[in-house]
Ligand binder design. Structure first.
Ligand SMILES: Cc1cc2nc3c(=O)[nH]c(=O)nc-3n(C[C@H](O)[C@H](O)[C@H](O)COP(=O)(O)O)c2cc1C
Length: 398
């Protein structure tokens, strides 16, 4: 049997994206940086930039800057659904109720009390127009399926589309809409759960269960995300049939990311072993390090504004808490594998992933999936009903 040596990296995902290694640096929302995106792409992975919080003109500038730093493919990421019910009508009274939980902490870090101001929404359709006009190499998204005409325009412009699924049903919906590849994002992942067919609380499948179900449910390449922090994780999800990986937390810990020093240190300190899900940081369910703030925001009875108002409210604390060096009051996003993150720059991290994956996956024969994957023999053929496990909200920690 011929060994495929380091040919593990030649997958349908890496071929479609035109990259050397099927390793995607996951978009990191407001913690993205042009430098991080370009560093990953220059190494041969796919750097991504989370632009959901930016106005169209800012997105245009970011794309231009990334292009000045790399001539390799990169992805721009948006959120298809940008606000939750009630955001447009939420009033000063609701603001004061939500603010009351933060008031003592604002005082502790010497910050003044913020005032209610009416919500000014950003619109997905305006943001995506910029990406289409700029003909970015890849467009990734969460929280839904973009309208048909946008996906069609992407195909006409050769923009690779990457949707995000937290359940097999969502993966099927994305494939049926015509997306080019699907990120299967397990419960372990840092940041938001991008669920769109059921509530996030009811879409909490773990990566080891989700990836093979999504691989069996769709024909497009599947990229595994959630809890992958080293070459062992890459080998594991390749064995489950993934054609690539998307990693977030380990890139967040790198000096090139937009995360603050306190945040990066919290991930790399080895003390990030406990993470939890919360709606308290933004109004949508997301995973972060279980610190004092997260614990308090998860208490019963805490008033939380609809997304994105809660996010804007929490920023009033994040900035002064950061200046005061009070990490117990920060929204420290991280996934469950933060405890094994160990590299603080992109080149060292990627080199270790590539070396490790090459060694671990070299035993696979040329052109074949790793042992154990037989799509045709699968009981979960395409179109079969998705299986999911509901868990009690009280068990969302860890
Ligand atoms: C701080 C942070 C922000 C994120 N923002 C986005 C985002 O805007 N869009 C998106 O599709 N994924 C986002 N993600 C998810 C990551 O791209 C990636 O899929 C996830 O982190 C993978 O799981 P891991 O953290 O266990 O590596 C974010 C993750 C983190 C930690």
């Amino acid at each position: 049997m011929t060994k495929r040596n380091s040919a593990w990296n030649r997958t349908r995902a890496s071929n479609k994206l035109g990259i050397e290694y099927p390793i995607i640096q996951g978009p990191l929302g407001g913690f993205s940086s042009q430098r991080l995106t370009a560093a990953v792409s220059n190494f041969g992975g796919l750097g991504s930039f989370g632009a959901q919080g930016l106005a169209p003109s800012e997105i245009q500038e970011v794309v231009a800057e990334i292009r000045s730093l790399t001539n390799k493919p990169f992805a721009m990421n948006l959120w298809v659904s940008m606000e939750d019910e009630g955001a447009a009508t939420s009033d000063a009274e609701a603001f004061e109720r939500a603010l009351s939980h933060l008031a003592p902490h604002l005082e502790a870090v010497g910050a003044s009390k913020p005032q209610f101001s009416p919500y000014k929404p950003l619109r997905f359709k305006d943001q995506v127009r910029v990406l289409l006009d700029a003909k970015v190499p890849a467009f990734s998204f969460i929280y839904g399926v973009p309208p048909k005409e946008i996906l069609e325009e992407c195909h006409r412009q050769d923009i690779v589309t990457i949707g995000t699924a937290t359940t097999p049903d969502e993966a099927i919906a994305l494939e049926q809409a015509g997306v080019d590849m699907v990120v299967a994002s397990g419960f372990e992942a840092g940041g938001h759960r991008g669920s769109f067919l059921r509530s996030s609380e009811d879409s909490l499948t773990g990566t080891i269960s989700l990836v093979p179900q999504v691989v069996d449910a769709v024909g497009v390449p599947v990229v595994a995300a959630g809890g992958i922090a080293d070459a062992r994780g890459i080998a594991a999800v390749f064995a489950l049939g993934a054609q690539g990986v998307q990693m977030g937390t380990v890139f967040l810990a790198c000096e090139e990311s937009g995360a603050t020093r306190l945040h990066r240190e919290a991930i790399l300190s080895g003390k990030a072993r406990r993470t939890s899900l919360t709606r308290g940081f933004t109004g949508r369910l997301a995973r972060g390090i279980h610190n004092q703030l997260l614990e308090e925001m998860n208490r019963p009875g805490v008033a939380i504004l609809p997304y994105p108002l809660q996010r804007a409210l929490m920023r009033n604390l994040s900035v002064p808490a950061q200046q005061a060096g009070r990490s117990e009051f920060l929204t420290l996003w991280a996934g469950q594998s933060a405890g094994i993150a160990q590299y603080s720059n992109v080149a060292t991290l990627l080199q270790s992933l590539v070396n490790g994956a090459s060694a671990k996956l070299a035993s696979c024969s040329d052109g074949q999936q790793p042992p154990g994957h037989d799509k045709s023999a699968s009981a979960n053929a395409r179109g079969s009903p998705a299986r999911s496990t509901s868990i009690e909200k009280s068990a969302l920690g860890s």
